[in-house]
Design a protein around this ligand. Structure first.
Ligand SMILES: [Zn+2]
Length: 320
């Protein structure tokens, strides 16, 4: 059930579902602060990479919350630019993580080119600059016995949000409008996004708006959404509900129970150990240094150290 717009409750690291009463459009607001910093901090990424990871995590939160699933939603971008991989995923419980793989030398070169052009390092055109040509994929993993759904779209436009919009318009025929911003406020990263969606009539999804969507309603809502500024999305003092009121007060905003977002990594010593023992024996010998095997979680930067003899013993028992 919806509730009145409470502007006093804590409003950081949340996904806030809402609906516009006048047009039956459904939407989500995502606001993230400390969680993004907790994820980024151990990596020590240069600014453009931190920005991409923050954006990927925010888009992941936004998209996952529009779906009905139990499991893990993953967004992954692969390109031929300085950044080869960008990944973010979130569990149904709201545990999010993200990371990127990049070539530091090529990245530096790319940044120098940008400054030579006096172009600003921002979200406005980082896709071509940093990721280059490639694709963006979405996966829903619901465990062994259910479908793994994958959507895929070419890297196109100036941001991940552009790609996502392109994907919805082309592949799914779902009308969608997204405004998003990620940036530093002082020393800390923040990100915010709003999405409005009109779904085609779908019995499995009664919450989605009615099929007889009025074009005027859609256009008016998109114009209102477009007035939302980057400052509004990133202002920690501006409550999501206050923001929704500013944008859509004449449309009648109904908000639903917010979903809390936390930093979460699913790596653990047993999982990593299993990965090591499944490697070809020659690789195990190759990666060992002074009788120890060190593994590193790309997502949370945690290090795992195993004893080579111990790993050898496990592999031998398995193979004999
Ligand atoms: Zn981890």
């Amino acid at each position: 059930m919806g509730s009145d717009l409470d502007k006093t409750a804590a409003d950081d690291n949340v996904i806030q579902p809402f609906q516009l009463e006048s047009s039956n459009l459904r939407g989500r607001v995502v606001r993230v602060g400390s969680v993004i910093n907790e994820v980024l901090e151990p990596h020590g990424y240069p600014n453009p990479i931190a920005h991409l990871v923050a954006e990927a995590m925010t888009v992941t939160l936004l998209l996952s919350s529009m779906l009905k699933y139990e499991g893990i939603f993953t967004l992954q971008a692969q390109g031929d630019g300085p950044v080869s991989t960008l990944v973010a995923d979130v569990t149904t419980g709201g545990e999010v993580r993200g990371c990127a793989t990049f070539d530091a030398e090529r990245l530096q070169h790319s940044r120098e080119q940008l400054s030579a052009l006096k172009a600003e390092e921002s979200s406005r055109n980082h896709l071509a600059q940093y990721l280059g040509k490639g694709y963006l994929a979405f996966t829903v993993d619901q465990g062994k016995h259910t479908d793994r759904y994958q959507g895929i779209v070419e890297l196109k436009g100036s941001s991940i949000v552009d790609c996502v919009q392109h994907y919805f318009n082309q592949s799914e025929q779902i009308g969608s409008g997204i405004k998003m911003a990620a940036g530093k406020r002082g020393e800390l990263w923040r990100a915010g996004a709003i999405m409005l969606q009109h779904m085609p009539e779908d019995e499995k999804n009664p919450e989605a708006g009615a099929g007889n969507m009025n074009e005027d309603d859609w256009r008016r809502s998109m114009i209102l959404l477009d007035t939302c500024t980057e400052d509004e999305l990133l202002d920690p003092a501006l409550h999501s509900n206050e923001l929704l009121t500013r944008l859509f007060h004449e449309e009648g905003v109904r908000v639903f129970e917010p979903i809390a977002v936390t930093k979460g990594c699913r790596c653990n010593v047993d999982k990593v150990r299993t990965i090591v023992t499944k490697l070809p024996p020659e690789d195990i010998e190759h990666i060992a240094v002074n009788g120890k095997i060190e593994m590193h979680c790309e997502f949370c930067s945690k290090d795992f150290v195993f004893d080579l003899n111990d790993i050898r013993a496990t592999v031998e028992t398995k193979t004999t």
